[in-house]
Design a protein around this ligand. Structure first.
Ligand code: ADP
Ligand code: MG
Length: 340
């Protein structure tokens, strides 16, 4: 080292940057599924092998990418979702940074197959850490399939850092389940090592989305909540105080359809339950919070699990009141009709 400053080589920079977005197979699955959702897919299939370390494949029936744009999809800061600074204040898509595919391409063997409705032929692009991009045409179904093989094959240190297959599978499964709850209107099929783990119907019912993940028994124990306070709407399903867990893992929140983590939101739910909770026990709840897009800043971190709310007190208040009134109205466990 000669203590002189120089701008990093593109290849070096890309690999460093990739590490921020793509930390494990679950992060890749999240980025790919969110791309499918932004593409307007109504059906998404997610397949993984060996916890996603060997293979991740996400197939959708969304709008696809026109042939000319396919090489752009893997360039960093290339996106179809925003274009101006103003757009940043009202992001209505899950992606907007234009860095997921370029990052994934830098640390794996990536294949994109895609066709739009207007085009008779599809486009296939292959790129790996040291090879490509190679682009060709092929007869393909409408929509997009993104295949990620051998994640981190060219970064041994990262590869070593990955957990064992069982652990990585659990992480992927957890991401998929959150995305199923976030999108009851999308049919999501999740396959691990050839076995179907979840298959949500995509009929718009949050209850059926929860059943697809947790099974039918849980549905009997949930109560519906739906309340609007001005521009804030809180809706979802929550458990009766007789049905509790010993961890806060079963409290999940979706802000404008985006899975978010927040201790403050959790506390608001617990305040809504108040005295009804046994000490050390926590409910199950899946709550969607819908606000005008410009009332939240989601541009906080590439992982995007945190958000900043401009009227957090109002939102917390809305959650607490929604929970309390749902529990009051339904003080006896309701009988919900199940679809077979
Ligand atoms: P971002 O989602 O932030 O725009 P990505 O790197 O994830 O960045 O994707 C780059 C671009 O590739 C997207 O803006 C979109 O135009 C296109 N794209 C990626 N995945 C899909 C998909 N499944 N269907 C249609 N277009 C896609
Ligand atoms: Mg994206």
């Amino acid at each position: 080292m000669n203590h002189r400053i120089a701008v990093l080589d593109e290849a070096v920079y890309k690999r460093i940057a990739a590490g921020e977005v793509v930390v494990n197979p679950a992060a890749v699955v999240k980025e790919l599924m969110e791309n499918s959702m932004d593409a307007g897919a109504t059906a998404i299939t997610v397949e993984i092998a060996q916890g996603g370390k060997e293979l991740i494949r996400v197939t959708d029936n969304g709008v696809g990418i026109i042939a000319e744009d396919v090489p752009l999809a893997i360039q960093k800061h290339a996106t179809s979702k925003i274009s101006t600074l103003d757009d940043l204040d009202k992001i209505g898509t899950l992606g907007f940074r234009g860095e997921a595919l370029s990052s994934i391409a830098a640390v794996s063997r990536l294949t994109i197959q895609t066709r739009t409705a207007d085009s008779t032929e599809g486009t296939v692009l292959f790129i790996s850490g040291e090879q490509g991009p190679e682009v060709s045409s092929a007869g393909l179904a409408e929509g997009t399939t993104v295949k990620v093989e051998n994640l981190f094959y060219n970064i041994p240190a990262r590869m070593k850092f990955l957990k064992n297959t069982a652990r990585e599978t659990v992480n992927v499964t957890s991401v998929v389940s959150k995305l199923i709850f976030a999108n009851p209107h999308i049919s999501i099929k999740y396959i691990s090592n050839g076995k179907v783990i979840y298959h949500s119907p995509g009929d718009g019912s949050l209850q059926n989305a929860i059943i697809a993940v947790y099974g039918k028994d849980i549905a009997h124990k949930l109560t519906e909540a739906d309340h609007a306070f001005g521009e804030i709407r809180v809706h979802g399903l929550l458990s009766q105080p007789t049905f509790l867990y010993k961890s806060t893992n079963y409290l999940c929140f979706f802000l404008n359809g985006r899975y978010v983590q927040s201790k403050n939101l959790q506390s608001a739910v617990l305040r809504g339950y108040g005295e009804r909770l046994l000490r050390g026990h926590y409910p199950f709840s899946v709550l969607h919070i819908d606000l005008p897009l410009n009332r939240a800043d989601i541009n906080v971190h590439p992982g995007k699990l945190q958000v900043m709310l401009y009227d957090e007190t109002d939102v917390l208040d809305a959650i607490e009141k929604t929970v309390r009134s749902a529990l009051e109205i339904n003080s006896a466990p309701p009988v919900l009709s199940l679809t077979e």
